[in-house]
Each structure stands twice: as structure tokens, then as C-alpha cells.
Design a protein around this ligand. Structure first.
Ligand SMILES: Cc1cc2nc3c(=O)[nH]c(=O)nc-3n(C[C@H](O)[C@H](O)[C@H](O)COP(=O)(O)O)c2cc1C
Length: 315
């Protein structure tokens, strides 16, 4: 430790995600800040390391009926059902704003078949202002009803099929926590050709109304996010880093319950190169800016010049 050498302003927060240069390591998590305009009213988006959009599918989707969101004691349960305008709607209505955002944009992609993922990713790869595509593999394949992201064989096949359609944008694969061994799916994603991994998506959960004896969500189950899942996410990020990603030199975007700079530091130490903030944005939309300020102070107090020096330093 060296208290005097580096001022907070001098601290270098830039990171490199498989060749994608970010001004800082803090981004939004998919589905929690729309496609940009919704969040631009609440914070200066150029202060983000990157903006990650809500999911885009080939066809427009209405999503699930209400109730779609329920508060729990330590987080939220959502079953939005990936409602979106579809690929044409996205290209016509959302891309113009993205072009002018002044921040790298990663588009989250969802599909119900390998071909759907390919169609969306091929088109997005052709749109210059999109820096990366993030595959949301926590959804069932219509062909067999099984989730892509929970089985290494299915996941490897999906990622390698999509890899053939993405040559310019970074290919990011978002790991599901709803598996027995996250290192197996992480390895499969890397073998399939992922440039970057992100982890974790929401944890499957349920809430029940004791008056009606019915599930609180119309979809019965939903995805748990927020502080409750942080320890799960940290453990998974660390295992993926230690057992798979470090040797493969594949960076990880860590997420799950991050709401402060301290949370972010834990994820860097566990092995994440960047972090994403989701549920905390509903409480405080400027959380990413506060995290960057806190990181600067923390690193400067420790006499460290770069956030990159924290990555994977867990003792
Ligand atoms: C309301 C809501 C919508 C979400 N939509 C998506 C989505 O469209 N695609 C996706 O990959 N993840 C989606 N997620 C998962 C988040 O991106 C993130 O992985 C997860 O919530 C954990 O981070 P957090 O605890 O900071 O929210 C959604 C989460 C929430 C709360």
C-alpha cells in the first residue's frame, strides 16, 4: 500500500474485453434499462463502460401476462418473458439512438432455435455501431423444450453455429446459474468460440400468495436477481475464472446483486474483468457512476494505478 502516489483522478479504470476497449469496467445488465432512451433520462450514458440492451428476438414478443415482477425480501423475481419489438423493430426504432449514444453498446439476443439466434446475430454483426452481441441462453429451444444454457453439448453447438455468423462484433455468452456445474457450460461456450463470458443470469425462483394460494407470478416461476444472488454469482464467477477462463484468456463480465463499489471489487478479485449492474438501477439509476467514483477512491487509497490489477487477485 502506498497512500500518496496516485490520486483518484489519476486512477486508470479502462479495461479491454477481448479487444473491445472500455473507458471503465461498469456496464448495465440486460433488461434493466431498456434500449438506451429509457435510461438516458436518468443518467449520462457516456459515463458507462458499456450499455447492454434488453433482449432482441427475430419476431416481436409480447412477453408474459402480469404479474411479471414481484419484490422479495432481498431482491426481485421477474418473468417478463423477453418482451421486445423484434429484429426489424429494433433496427428501425432503436438503432438510431444507439448510433448516437457515445458508449459501446452490447445487444442481448434471445432465440428459440439455433437459426433464430443466427438470424439476429448475423444482422446485428452488420450494424457498425453495435460493439457486441450477448447470447441469452436461458431460454428453451422449441425443438425439444430444453434450455440451451443448461447443457454443455447444446450450448457448444449453439455458440459455434452463431460464431459462424459473427465476425466483427464481440461474441459474449451469458451463463445460466441454474446448472450443477457452471464450469462445464463455461468451457462449452469457450470451445464454441465465445470471445467473452458474462455471468450470471437470474436464478429460478417462486413466490406464493398465501391468501389466494396461487403463485405471485402469472408464469408461476421467475428469475431472482438483486442482493440475494450476489454470493451465488461471486462463487460462479470465481469458479469459471479459476477453472476455465483464466487459462483460455477469456474475460468475464460479472453480475448478480452488484449495488456498490465494494460489490464490484469483490467481483474483480474473483476474476471478473468488468461488471454489470441490473436490479440496483431500479433503486438508484446512477449506481454505475457511484461505483466508478468509489473504485477510484479505493484504488487511489491503496496506491494502485489500474483497476486491471485487481482481476483474479483473490488470495
Ligand atoms: C427485469 C429484468 C429483466 C431482465 N431481462 C434480461 C434479458 O432480457 N436478457 C438477459 O440476458 N438477462 C436479463 N435479465 C438478467 C440481468 O441482466 C442480470 O443477469 C441479473 O438480473 C443479475 O444481475 P442483478 O442482480 O444486478 O440484477 C433481466 C433481469 C431483470 C431484473
Amino acid at each position: 500500500m502506498n497512500d500518496s502516489a496516485i490520486t483518484a483522478a489519476e486512477v486508470d479504470l479502462t479495461v479491454d474485453l477481448a479487444g473491445l476497449a472500455l473507458r471503465n469496467p461498469v456496464m448495465t445488465a440486460s433488461g434493466t434499462s431498456g434500449y438506451g432512451p429509457e435510461h438516458a433520462e436518468l443518467m449520462d450514458l457516456t459515463k458507462l463502460g458499456a450499455f447492454v440492451t434488453k433482449a432482441v428476438s427475430v419476431e416481436p414478443r409480447k412477453g408474459n401476462p402480469p404479474e411479471r415482477i414481484v419484490e422479495t425480501s432481498a431482491g426481485m423475481l421477474n418473468a417478463i418473458g423477453l418482451a421486445n419489438d423484434g429484429l426489424d423493430g429494433f433496427a428501425a426504432n432503436k438503432v438510431p439512438f444507439i448510433e448516437s449514444m457515445g458508449t459501446p453498446v452490447i445487444v442481448n439476443v434471445v432465440g428459440h432455435s439455433v437459426e433464430e439466434f443466427q438470424t439476429v446475430c448475423r444482422r446485428l454483426d452488420g450494424i457498425e455501431c453495435i460493439a457486441g452481441v450477448e447470447l441469452n441462453v436461458s431460454c428453451p429451444n422449441v425443438a425439444d423444450g430444453l434450455e440451451f444454457g443448461t447443457d454443455p453439448v447444446r450450448l457448444r453447438a449453439l455458440v459455434s453455429a452463431v460464431r459462424g455468423c459473427v465476425s466483427r462484433a464481440k461474441l459474449i455468452v451469458k451463463l445460466s446459474p441454474n446448472v450443477t456445474d457452471v464450469t462445464a457450460t463455461a468451457r462449452a461456450a469457450i470451445e464454441g468460440g465465445a470471445d467473452v463470458l458474462s455471468a450470471i443470469n437470474t436464478v429460478v425462483g417462486m413466490a406464493i400468495n398465501v391468501d389466494t394460494w396461487k403463485p405471485m407470478l402469472a408464469n408461476r416461476t421467475g428469475g431472482l436477481s438483486g442482493p440475494a444472488i450476489k454470493p451465488i454469482a461471486l462463487n460462479m464467477v470465481h469458479r469459471v475464472y479459476r477453472d476455465v477462463a483464466k487459462d483460455a484468456n477469456v474475460p468475464i463480465i460479472g453480475m448478480g446483486g452488484i449495488s456498490s463499489w465494494r460489490d464490484a471489487v469483490e467481483f474483480f478479485l474473483a476474476g471478473a474483468t468488468a461488471v454489470a449492474v441490473g436490479t440496483a438501477l431500479f433503486v438508484e439509476p446512477t449506481t454505475p457512476i457511484r461505483i466508478c467514483e468509489g473504485l477510484r477512491e479505493y484504488l487511489s487509497k491503496r496506491g494502485m494505478s489500474s483497476v486491471r490489477d485487481l482481476v483474479g487477485k483473490l488470495q
